[in-house]
Write a new protein. Structure first.
Length: 393
């Protein structure tokens, strides 16, 4: 990557100039503040309560018994949240483990350290306190080793160290009995809004990018198992993860999961014009994910992803019935992957954007005849997210 094409924003992230300028078209003089906020987690960690099996109050009370303070969201009846504490100062112990950015983005808010994601490490003994750092040298957590560095040499998976102090702090939700028993699912507020606007009933729904199952399981939950859902993703491994989550949540009713590249469903099925609603949540640049400790993609990558996303929209337009709806969402902020894809759907595929009642905690954005809804850190401390709804005439 040409360094001259990169731009330092604030003190903790470097971003491609083309992407920065793309953001600036939407956020103007607020763009530096927006990008800097992407490097920090939202103050609220959202969880979706599986209301077909329990209640919000039951989960909140059970968490309280474990010294975890959860609160009801004010707007979504299935949502609770935990306030993330911090920032805290991390001690420099002189014994380091260097982790990749994917692992760092979890460890910085309190996750434990597992073998995947470790790039390099110093010599240490079991029970030593070591310091996790990013590839750029940012101190993100103090960890208590559960193995020695010698033992680590022979590991390819498993727990390496327990997080005892991180820059930000949230409880390890995936280790709670509520998570393990399928009573909750970690899901952002905007992602839950997607399920809400789909408003599923006894109808035929296609999820074209279903893994790991957050939105699929929410559709089952909201429809009380009445919706017939075809859940597709591109590999057996992704479908295995989807099925694992649906089974844990016990929300697998009327779900047919298929490992297949859904860009080609029109060629191998007889679904054309038969589906009531289609959800497209395609692979994207993930610029809206928080905390975002690095962003290595370029504008060329973004444009390639936008072209890839359009292939899903094109096939969805064939499979949805006349009068049916396509729900498009991404966890990114670039205009190329959001508004410009909706303009493509209008001009090339004849789809019509649907204007909704104002979505909570979002900005409505009009662009060349398209209407969409943006969530972002400058609006109620949200992650970056985009939603638009298209109707087939």
């Amino acid at each position: 990557m040409n360094p001259s094409m990169m731009l330092e924003v604030g003190s903790s992230i470097t971003i491609d100039r083309g992407i920065y300028l793309d953001l600036k078209k939407v956020y103007g003089s607020s763009t530096p503040a927006l990008v800097e906020m992407l490097t920090k987690p939202p103050k609220r960690l959202y969880l979706r309560v599986n209301t077909l099996r329990t209640s919000r109050d039951s989960v909140i009370e059970s968490f309280r018994e474990q010294n975890i303070i959860a609160k009801r969201d004010e707007l979504l009846e299935e949502a609770i949240y935990i306030e993330i504490d911090g920032p805290f100062k991390v001690e420099d112990t002189g014994k380091y483990v260097i982790v990749d950015d994917f692992a760092a983005e979890s460890i910085i808010i309190g996750a434990n350290l597992y073998r995947p994601g470790i790039l390099k490490y110093d010599r240490f003994e079991k029970n030593d306190v070591i310091t996790a750092i990013t590839v750029r040298g940012q101190l993100i957590a103090n960890l208590e080793a559960r193995v020695s560095s010698e033992m680590l040499k022979n590991m390819d998976k498993g727990l390496v160290a327990v997080n005892i102090r991180s820059v930000y702090r949230a409880p390890p939700i995936a280790e709670t009995k509520e998570y393990l028993n399928g009573l909750i699912y970690p899901q952002s507020f905007p992602a839950m809004v997607v399920g809400r606007i789909i408003n599923p009933g006894q109808e035929f729904i296609l999820d074209m990018n279903a893994s790991p199952g957050g939105k699929t399981s929410h559709i089952v939950q909201l429809s009380k198992g009445k919706a017939l859902i075809v859940a597709v993703d591109r590999s057996p491994q992704k479908i295995e993860k989807l099925d694992e989550n649906l089974k844990r949540l016990r929300l697998h009713m009327n779900v047919l999961s298929i490992p297949f590249d859904s860009r080609y469903l029109d060629l191998v099925t007889k679904l054309e014009g038969r589906i009531d609603k289609v959800l497209i949540d395609p692979p994207c640049s993930n610029l809206g994910v928080r905390p975002r400790l690095s962003f290595k993609k370029t504008m060329r990558d973004v444009l390639s992803l936008a072209n890839y996303q359009r292939q899903f929209i094109k096939v969805a337009s064939k499979l949805v019935k006349n009068g049916g709806l396509i729900f498009y969402s991404t966890c990114t902020l670039t205009r190329a992957e959001n508004e410009e894809n909706i303009v493509y759907a209008m001009r090339s595929l004849g789809l019509t954007p649907v204007e909704l009642e104002p979505l909570p905690r979002s900005d409505v954005v009009y662009y060349n005849g398209a209407v969409g809804y943006r969530f972002h850190p400058l609006k109620d401390d949200m992650p970056g997210f985009y939603i638009s709804v298209l109707k087939k005439p």
